[in-house]
Design a binder for this molecule. Structure first.
Ligand SMILES: Cc1cc2nc3c(=O)[nH]c(=O)nc-3n(C[C@H](O)[C@H](O)[C@H](O)COP(=O)(O)O)c2cc1C
Length: 282
């Protein structure tokens, strides 16, 4: 499959010695949402998992777990739980990356010590560990010619997901990853990002060019047709002359439920569901 590189799409002047295979791989990433039924070979799955487990981890705590889901029925049930995202059932492998302090609690008890790391910081640390592991697995999969799609909607209904995956107290599903071989013609070219000047700062944070960057990005996304037929309705009959990333994003963040898909209102009680799952957040 011919993959477009962001380096070329943005016309960046990057010397060949810096365009390593790894950089190219990352610069050609696109989320894939249509998969062929072909299974992922066991060896490929092993490669993904060793890549995931090689990710950096805060203080070597390894406060994460990965649940590998390949059973068709379970993938189908999870696809429903994440707001009917068809590709979760379609991809032959679904990896669920969890923040995990259950193992650390066990180790504390084993060593006769009290586990006192029940803080918001611990939840963030464990979630970051899970996220880094996911990104390593995703890159490994893409390097093997597979496609991936992150599924944050795994947090839509944490109790049902915990029941489906037998997650014990201290384990919280943070993000899923569909993995498989992509269907034909499912790439559109890399999704444009905000100009580097909007997200990258040198030495000190500087938002002085933001307005210009927003106008440029709106123009790029409108020209690409990114929001055609996908406009978020506000219900107040409000019209916007320019419907680009800025208007789309402002509408979505003013009604966060539109960010999260159909069953998303359930995601509101994050603190409660995280605490039910054994992370006391103080
Ligand atoms: C943490 C996280 C959660 C995501 N959750 C979903 C999801 O539930 N469903 C989905 O279709 N895409 C999901 N995505 C994919 C993003 O929509 C996608 O990365 C973004 O639009 C940029 O497009 P690209 O990955 O093709 O460059 C998620 C991405 C991240 C990083």
């Amino acid at each position: 499959v011919q993959r477009e590189s962001r380096i070329d799409a943005e016309g960046l002047d990057l010397a060949p010695q810096f365009r390593t295979a790894t950089v190219e791989l990352m610069a050609t990433h696109e989320s894939i949402r249509r998969f062929r039924p072909d299974p992922v070979p066991d060896g490929a799955l092993d490669a993904l998992l060793v890549a995931a487990r090689s990710a950096p981890t805060s203080s070597n705590l390894q406060a994460y777990s990965i649940v590998v889901v390949t059973e068709r029925d379970r993938r189908a049930r999870l696809a429903t739980l994440v707001g009917n995202q068809r590709y979760v059932a379609e991809a032959p492998v679904f990896l669920v990356f969890c923040a995990d302090i259950a193992r650390l609690r066990h180790v504390s008890a084993r060593q006769g010590r009290e586990f006192a790391a029940t803080t918001l910081e611990m939840f963030l640390l464990a979630s970051l560990d899970a996220g880094f592991a996911l990104q390593n697995a995703a890159l490994a999969a893409e390097s093997l010619g597979m496609g991936t799609c992150c599924i944050g909607s795994i947090r839509n209904d944490p109790d049902a997901v915990a029941a489906e995956l037998d997650l014990p107290r201290g384990v919280y599903a943070v993000v899923g990853l569909c993995v498989g071989y992509e269907a034909a013609d499912c790439r559109r070219g890399v999704k444009p990002r905000l100009p580097a000047g909007a997200t990258v700062h040198h030495e000190r944070y500087d938002a002085s060019g933001l307005e210009e960057h927003l106008r440029a990005y709106d123009a790029t996304m409108i020209a690409r047709g990114s929001y055609t037929g996908r406009q978020v309705q506000t219900g107040d009959g409000e019209q916007s002359d320019v419907y680009g990333w800025a208007e789309h994003t402002a509408r979505r963040t003013s009604r966060p439920e539109t960010l999260l898909g159909p069953s998303a209102s359930l995601r509101e009680g994050l603190r409660e569901s995280v605490e039910r799952q054994g992370f006391d957040i103080r």
